[in-house]
Design a protein around this ligand. Sequence first.
Ligand code: F6R
Length: 240
Amino acid sequence: MQVQIFQNKEALHRAVAERIIAEVKQNPQSVLGLSTGSSPIDTYANLVRDHQTQGTDYSRVRTFNLDEYVGLPGSHPQSYRYFMNEHLFHHLNIPMENTYVPSGIGDLEKECEAYENEIKRQGGIDLQLLGIGTNGHIGFNEPGTPLDSRTHVTRLLQETITANARFFSTVEEVPTEAVTMGIQTIMEARQIVLLAYGSKKAATIRDAVRRPVTENVPASVLQHHPDVALYLDEEAAALL
Ligand code: F6R
């Protein structure tokens, strides 16, 4: 695992954005794996600014998001489809049909299988962007998820529901299930970039990087991936 530590969040987001931009410039047909949550918001703002000022071209890029809440249509302001449209897709020249986010409504088993097939059909993910939950989850692969899992429906743990309640008016509104790429799906990406900042993530980062690989800390499996870079601020890296 390659670890890069930045003095502040601004420098961290700039560096992650530069990494994604370099990937897109080097391969204009890149397949990007993307995440939601608070972690990547400013990274996406950097990508949008670069597109507007430097004209980086996304017309042939394809994207696959990690996850979506069960029961929320893409028009719901707290759905991850809506989040991606607002923070990124609507501000780039990426055709909407090239942006894939799992569907949280309809026949979910079928949707999970179709998602895996579509990733394969597009040639696999070149660069996967990840955040990390305070319990070590990546995507919505909560502790205990088998390391060989593929896209599936998962029940969110109470701590994840509580953590994500900040985006909803009440905790009762937070969906209790989600569709997520599996750990094996994530591990098949050719490059992985994980970003984390703030002292709340420090213990999890230590467990993922320095402790043995275990299903109890899903991000620890990244130790087995040949091309992973962690972009951290000093607070998140404090216990390494
Ligand atoms: C979101 C996702 C999650 C988040 C994680 C951290 O698509 O896959 O694993 O990356 O919950 O969330 P934040 O960034 O809000 O701390």
